[in-house]
Design a protein around this ligand. Structure first.
Ligand code: GLY
Length: 384
């Protein structure tokens, strides 16, 4: 019931190990990847139960490493220069040296923060990523993107500072998913739907069909289905990253495709007062819920631009079956959403690029999108 996906990029090769019950064997992974390391600095997500994190720390100590740990509460505000500096200071206090290791146990925020600390500490030390959320297993922990948010007078700029720093290994213990709230688990499924919308160009033209046939098992978190879900999604991400590690590909392909739905999602999730249909307590929406809404918009944009037909209803159906939203409440006027998208792009000093479906399982990067088409796409997630 375990699987291994190799990741091979221009700068590094490593394995993603997937399956239930892997964290208590973390010591063996450390031994094989950093035989000369003496000290390990572990950053643990406060959302990870002690029953998940402690066996991992015990496994590290049992093999004779000195092991210090720091807990971080994972909010977008805490994904900050202050938290990053706190990790660096604590690692220095623990006398971490060049050949020593960082370990991140948690979701994407803790993985990105710790990865960025590892990228710069003593000009770069090794890190083992141990994702414990579905979102971080299938996306954030793989591919070496690390970073923090930056406050600005115009609001929080997400991932504005960071580095590419590939991990030495990724250990995805799928048993840790059982401790997520149903909402957080479902939020990770949005990234799986995203992968299924682009996977045909990256070695898996059947991901959408497989997910459709296994919706019940996915929602029930059946153990072998979870391993296969994570394995297939990581394999797609690994192929995208192998082709374009630093997102520098020219043209309409490359790692930028992983931003499918995210141009809309980043704008939606940073707006005040947006919630998902029928659940007033769901404000603020999660990143995964915003991605789900963004995928509906991206599909509708693909249709508006004439690249694809009849896809939006299909995407809506899959999201709904997986318990994800397709309609948002409390959205402001489209002018405000467009202004937020433009603000993000100004921060990147770039032109707004959208990722749109061109066929089942295939997407492309498009530029110079008419504003009317974006407005029409946004209208598809507004209540009737
Ligand atoms: N999560 C998007 C990427 O890794 O490029």
């Amino acid at each position: 019931m375990t699987a291994t996906v190799p990741v091979q990029t221009a700068s590094a090769s490593y394995d993603v190990s997937i399956g239930p019950g892997l964290l208590p064997n973390l010591g063996d992974v450390l031994k094989s990847h950093a035989p000369r390391a003496k000290r390990v600095f572990v950053v643990v997500d406060s959302g990870v139960p002690a029953a998940t994190a402690q066996p991992a720390c015990d496994a590290i100590k049992d093999l004779g490493y000195s092991c210090e740990a720091l807990t971080i509460t994972p909010t977008e505000q805490a994904k900050s220069a202050e938290s990053w500096y706190l990790i660096l200071r604590a690692a220095a206090e623990a006398l971490l040296d060049r050949g020593d290791l960082f370990v991140a146990i948690g979701g994407g925020i803790v993985g990105d923060l710790t990865g960025f600390a590892a990228a710069v500490y003593r000009r770069g030390v090794g890190i083992i990523q141990c994702p414990t959320t579905l979102l971080s297993m299938v996306d954030a922990s793989v591919g070496g993107k690390t970073g923090i948010n930056l406050g600005s007078s115009a609001g929080l700029l997400k991932n504005a500072v960071g580095a590419f720093h590939q991990p030495l290994a990724v250990v995805a213990d799928t048993a840790s998913l059982a401790s997520l709230s149903p909402r957080d688990y479902r939020s990770g499924l949005a990234e799986c739907v995203k992968h299924a919308m682009l996977s045909a160009d990256f070695g898996d033209s059947e991901l959408h069909t497989w997910m459709t046939h296994h919706e019940d098992q996915i929602l029930a978190q059946d153990a072998s289905t979870l391993t296969e879900l994570v394995r297939r999604n990581v394999a797609v991400k690994a192929q995208v990253v192998a082709d374009d590690e630093r997102e520098t590909a020219a043209g309409d392909m490359g790692r930028a495709l992983l931003n499918l739905g995210h141009t809309f999602a980043h704008a939606i999730e940073t707006l005040e007062g947006v919630s998902v249909e029928g659940a007033t307590e769901s404000c603020p929406i999660t990143h995964g819920e915003a991605v789900a809404l963004g995928l509906v918009c991206a599909s509708a944009l693909g249709e508006e631009l004439g690249h694809v037909a009849d896809l939006t209803d299909r995407v809506r159906e899959q999201l709904t079956n997986l318990g994800l939203p397709t309609v948002a409440q409390g959205l402001p006027d489209s002018d405000e959403i467009l202004a937020r998208m433009a603000h993000d792009k100004k921060a990147e000093a770039g032109q707004i690029r959208f990722i749109v479906p061109i066929a089942e399982g295939r997407c492309r990067v498009v530029k110079d999108v008419p504003e009317d088409a974006i407005r029409a796409a946004l209208n598809t997630i507004k209540p009737d």
